[in-house]
Design a protein around this ligand. Structure first.
Ligand SMILES: [Fe+2]
Ligand SMILES: [Fe+2]
Length: 340
């Protein structure tokens, strides 16, 4: 799904971001000049093209964090597959959770084109070194949470991911086109599930409002720290990786969501939320960044549970990977024998 912490450093020293300074040899200077010209012309950088090390490292970090977010994002909703209230809702939820697994696979593949193996990326996730979107470190307490995740979390993801379809790195941009189409279905199914609940009993309406109250601020934080506290954003913009700043994306999300909340009949839990005629945007209250950073740094309510579930899934799947490799080996031996 998901967005946010892409501007957040993994728990390792961030190296190479200063490599935009011209390299020393004339050959490298020419390569850098060509790369800059491609970026300036809004062209695409492809896997075999020369690229600055900082660009490569930034993309590997961002795409792998994105991939991790997709597969960890399967967990909070996956918990509800066995408890969905009808066959229809169950089928929709299974399809959505499966889509998220697919998004993870496209993204790991896109990151692999930059020279980092999937095993390396997953080792980073499993050791707790690599980050993923913090939104998945919160629990899904009732069925309305599934609807609110679709409406708001996938809605925020779409806002963040549509500009990534124009990312300068070709494989990432192309993966995002299909991902965004699927995210659109995720957002709609969530909103539709909530519309149905809001026509139901007082208890159902209260469940929706409770879920909105718990997720609203966390969704605003998904866009990442304020622009003033995002020192690497400018470099990401220069490289054509990031197209719209965190604060601008957050504002777009707020402006798009307020009318949807009105149609739904829920209140967004922010007393400072109001239309600003002069700015032609909604004003909104202060986000609790201390809570955001505490969760990013491993102290959210579900961080440990999410990570241990992923590690268990990886360990439980070892026999499948071993069997696939053994099969591939046998096939290769057989074809070599036939060719001999
Ligand atoms: Fe999604
Ligand atoms: Fe997704």
């Amino acid at each position: 799904m998901y967005t946010q912490s892409f501007s957040v450093a993994d728990s390792e020293a961030r190296a190479g971001l200063k490599s935009v300074t011209p390299p020393p040899t004339s050959e490298e200077a020419a390569l850098q000049a060509h790369f800059d010209a491609v970026i300036d012309a809004d062209g695409k950088v492809e896997p075999r093209d020369w690229m600055p090390e900082g660009y490569r490292k930034t993309l590997v970090r961002q795409i792998s964090q994105h991939a991790h977010s997709e597969i960890v994002g399967m967990l909070p909703e996956g918990n509800w597959i066995s408890r969905a209230p009808s066959l229809k809702r169950k089928a929709i939820l299974i399809a959505k959770v499966q889509d998220e697994g697919g998004h993870g696979l496209y993204l790991y593949s896109a990151a692999e084109t930059l020279g980092t193996s999937r095993d390396q990326m997953l080792a980073g996730l499993h050791s707790g070194k690599a980050k993923y979107s913090s939104i998945f470190n919160y629990p899904t307490l009732n069925w309305a949470d599934v609807g609110v995740i679709g409406w708001l979390v996938d809605g925020a993801a779409i806002m963040n991911q549509i500009p990534l379809c124009r990312c300068s790195y070709g494989p990432y941009a192309r993966a995002m086109i299909r991902v965004c189409k699927e995210e659109s279905f995720h957002q709609r199914q969530g909103y539709e599930a909530l519309l149905v609940m809001m026509q139901g009993t007082a208890e159902q309406k209260a469940m929706v409002q409770d879920a909105v109250n718990r997720w609203w601020w966390k969704c605003l934080a998904m866009f990442g720290p304020p622009d003033a506290d995002s020192p690497n954003s400018a470099q990401g913009m220069r490289w054509g990786i990031k197209r719209i700043s965190n604060d601008d994306l957050r504002q777009k999300f707020v402006d798009a969501t307020v009318p949807q909340a009105e149609v739904l009949g829920v209140t967004l839990p922010d007393p400072d939320l109001k239309w600003n005629e002069e700015r032609q945007h909604h004003d909104y209250g202060a986000i609790d960044w201390d809570e955001f950073w505490a969760t990013v740094n491993g102290h959210g309510p579900c961080n440990k549970e999410r990570l241990s579930t992923r590690v268990k899934a990886w360990n439980d799947g070892a026999w499948v990977r071993d069997a696939a490799l053994a099969h591939a080996r046998k096939q290769k031996e057989r074809s070599m024998k036939e060719a001999a």
